[in-house]
Design a protein around this ligand. Structure first.
Ligand code: AMP
Ligand code: GLY
Length: 428
């Protein structure tokens, strides 16, 4: 396990954080990021490679002595990149295409949860817009509507009234807002409570939990505005007590491993359970993601003190029961800065200034939608940066993150100013 060459697939803030953390290992020679972003372009021991298609990624891994690959985003998992690499005897960290249906189809995930007694909201699935609309007309509000397939966190509407719900059904089936491949919709009961992100590594049988975190999914302060991929996150999440932790492992994570086994499949890779915890400490599963969260990865990996290469290696060798992850006891607060128009209509090519003025070892700027052209950084997508600050006091970590943001400038930048407030007031 020395001089390792690793391939990370993806281009977001999550992949920047993964590559940055892997590169800190004394066992790392080089991390390739495909295709990467403006931040991974300049990171120490990290190199971008401009390839994105699975056959090209496979050729690259075969021809460049890659020791293992980590898949960041859901799209490649849903397209079967893990199955393809394994067919060629390449080591790759992530679930197979079959297991990744837990994320790529909300209908699959709900049916799986029902069959395996995993607590979740009551639901109905429709593959027809008229039937969905007729059903909605009979229901109490609020109600939750979920496009079945991948939608980068934007395919869910918590509808306050019927008119909104009906037009979202049109968005899914008629306007193809979430792509032409959406042919089903899940409609589920509204759950009240506090959300948390629970992410683990699974090696087919053993579980290694990552630190807890909480994500801010709505665009605007106070959880207003549309759902996004995530506008900020902090770790650890105070709501995840040791009792809740044990209950999630017992009632949600272990049944996923067992349920997949019963279907003849082995789950390996990261698994992310989005939780809703009510005032009686009952826990329900809002969703599964088959990868590390974005932006949760950024504050979580900021706190990781273990060698990340070693953790993945134990995972690949099915030995996660033999290792523990060590976390810095400080809080990490990560604030996303998104581009003008995000999430509906993100703008590209705004000049980004001020990053060189941030120099503090407890602050890290992870890039997502950025690109470097002639040494100038430009915006290149929806979520542009995630600024993570660490401190033993969460209010201080928050203050440091926002002080750093004050130094950054690009036209149209949008960010929330309440990231981490839920840690001291769960209803904010
Ligand atoms: P999902 O992608 O399924 O996690 O949904 C995105 C977001 O929508 C969640 O993080 C919640 O904020 C909200 N949400 C999803 N399902 C429900 C539900 N049944 N009740 C209340 N809010 C929900
Ligand atoms: N932050 C939510 C997600 O990664 O899906």
């Amino acid at each position: 396990m020395v001089n390792m060459k690793i391939l990370v697939i993806g281009s977001g803030g999550r992949e920047h954080a993964i590559a940055w953390k892997l590169a800190q290992s004394p066992n790392c020679k080089l991390v390739y990021v495909a295709p990467g972003n403006g931040g991974t372009a300049t990171e120490n021991k990290v190199q971008n490679i401009n390839i994105t298609k699975i056959p090209d990624l496979l050729d690259f891994a075969l021809n460049n002595d890659i020791d293992f690959t980590i898949v960041g985003p859901e799209l490649e998992l849903s397209l079967g990149v893990v199955d393809t690499f394994r067919l060629h005897n390449l080591k790759i960290w992530g679930p197979t295409q079959f297991c990744a249906q837990l994320e790529s189809s909300k209908a699959f995930a709900k049916e799986f949860m029902l069959k395996n007694n995993i607590p979740t909201a009551k639901y109905v699935t429709f593959d027809n817009d008229n039937q969905a609309k007729e059903y909605l007309k009979q229901q109490p509000f609020p109600i939750v509507i979920k496009a079945d397939g991948l939608a980068s966190g934007k395919g869910v509407l918590v509808a306050a009234k019927l008119s909104e719900a009906l037009s979202f059904i049109d968005d899914i089936f008629t306007n193809n807002t979430f792509g032409k491949t959406q042919t089903k919709v899940v409609i589920e009961e509204f759950l009240d409570g506090v959300e948390a992100s629970f992410i683990v590594m699974i090696d087919g049988k053993n579980i290694l939990p990552m630190a807890s975190s909480q994500d801010y999914k709505r665009l605007l302060n106070g959880d207003a505005g549309p759902n996004t991929g995530g506008m900020g996150a902090y770790s650890p999440a105070t709501i995840v007590s040791p009792q809740i932790h044990d209950k999630v492992i017992r009632e949600i994570i272990t049944p996923v491993i067992e349920g997949m086994k019963n279907l003849g499949h082995e789950y390996s890779g990261f698994l992310y359970a989005g939780l809703m915890i009510d005032k009686h400490q009952n826990i329900k599963t809002l969703e599964f993601n088959c990868r590390f969260g974005d932006p949760e990865t950024q504050p979580i990996l900021m706190r990781l003190e273990s060698d990340f290469i070693e953790l993945i290696n134990y995972g690949l060798n099915k030995q996660l029961n033999q290792i523990k992850a060590i976390w810095n006891s400080s809080y990490a607060v990560g604030v996303v800065i998104a581009s003008h128009g995000y999430p509906q209509n993100p703008r590209k090519n705004d000049i980004i200034d001020g990053l060189s003025e941030i120099a503090d070892k407890n602050i890290k700027v992870f890039h997502a939608g950025t690109t470097l052209k002639n040494n100038q950084l430009y915006t290149y997508g929806g979520r542009v940066l995630c600024i993570v600050a660490m401190d033993s006091e969460i209010k201080q970590a928050k203050a440091k993150a926002y002080q750093a943001i004050n130094k950054i400038n690009f036209a149209g930048m949008q960010y929330r100013s309440d990231i981490s407030d839920k840690s001291f007031n769960p209803k904010t």
